[in-house]
Design a protein around this ligand. Sequence first.
Ligand code: ACM
Length: 554
Amino acid sequence: MSLKYFMIATLLASALAGQAQEAEPRLDIIPEPREVKHVGDSSFQLRPGTPVRVNDAALDFTASYLAGYTDRYLGIPLQAVPSPKKGKRKASAADEAGRPGIYLENLSNGGPEGGYLLRVSAEGGVRVSGNDAAGVFYGVQTLIQMLPTRAGVLPFLPEVEIEDSPRFGYRGMHLDVVRHFFPVEYIKRYIDFLAWHKLNYFHWHLTDDQAWRLELKSHPELTAQASTREGEIFGLYPGTYHPLPYGGFYTQDDVREVVRYAAERHITVIPEIDIPGHCMAVLSVHPEFSTTPDEPKKCAQTWGIFNKFNNVLAPKPEVFSFLRDVFAEVCDLFPGQYVHVGGDECAKRWWRDCPETQQFMKENGLKDEKALQSYFIHFVQGVVNEKGKTLIGWDEILEGGISEDCVVMNWRRPQQGAKAVRTGHRTIFTSSGWSYFNTKESRTAQLVAPRGPLSLKKVYSYPIVPDSLTVEQEKLVWGTQACLWTEYIPTTWKVEYFLFPRISALAENAWSVPERRSWENFSRKMSAQFDRYDLWGVRYSEAFFRTEDVERVR
Ligand code: ACM
């Protein structure tokens, strides 16, 4: 199709849309790419049936993902052409009549992971060239953000060249499914939210005081007896109590389905089994694993660290054999490289007050309870390493000393993260002051949430890399993540209310280089992003509109 045709078509489309065509169309891509060049004044129009071709069978899913997106959200079914099994693949996306289409190619060129080049031209259509298959997927996400945010607006793509790759290798989002449970279909939807934001790790918090939510063949009693609690406090204050049984768990088939779904979207699932504290659910089934075996226990119905209730594993042979079974099975079930051991908020008073535990510490040369915590973490690390995998833990795992080949997840003050880096650990920064999304948006927010306010601007201003680090140390900053703890989030709509729009700020922090980040530009782009939220049917916080920082401009 000729350039002239497209220029006429573009002008026509502009007139139809009732807008003047800008010479340099403005893009609203979140996260901001490294480089955007306008390479022509014309544009390429997607149409029903526009072909999406690939150079690699590993991209077949991405091609149908794109076609599915345009069909579902814009009513424009593209034609994903499966990679031919034999014979030469077409090196362009033109259809049989020679009309340009979309071409996805995996260059496998050893370039920066997740990097891609996206080119749009009226003559050639769209070409997304990824350094790897993930890069192609991210290029497709960028392409999606160049599409209209409403069905019916003609999808003209401006002639641009976008060169992009992520700042950080780790871009994560967490979900606590223990305090409140979300069925597997919603977990997949949550993974969609991550994919739209070019995030690549899903941290799945599966066990805690209130429940054990992962089916294990080695210990079926855990889900049989500890995936349901008798009731829960409701709201921020004790006294409002729901007496109804509350529960749910994921079968191993559910897990495989989530892992598969995530992998298609280039997201790795990291399971968290929280030990040696936050174990009340385990102790409800196995009180003999605690320092107070004669006291009956049940799944917690309130939230917190539980200095008053014993939720801590004791160092006993049967406990270590339990931990070996559990972590070995988790390693086998989840194909990813990383397993999260928790390690946070272990109330050490239970160990201090227990003569048998003190005796164990003496016999094993452990000088204090921090050393005992470290003993537990080292034990689990041994199991995980034997399976060829890498351990991640909250920043408390530094206490009492830990070997370098595990990853520290910094949730407390950034200084703790800096300390982890200085002691040679790869570190993920998710400092609660900026990255715990289960906090109020503003002081006046009506919804129940424990802390805050955490404005969108504050999320966006998370420095991630502490100033105190040297250039060499900075290389150990693996990336960033945000967490969604669900004590006060019992419904999926509230999940979204707390997640959006913050996840968009997280994505730009995690992906975009500092030179390309700007609050002014980000808040301008949020106008289009809110339209995308509407298109996706997600709920987002209205408190955002009440902040002075951002005006929603249409
Ligand atoms: C945490 O918030 N206890 C990791």
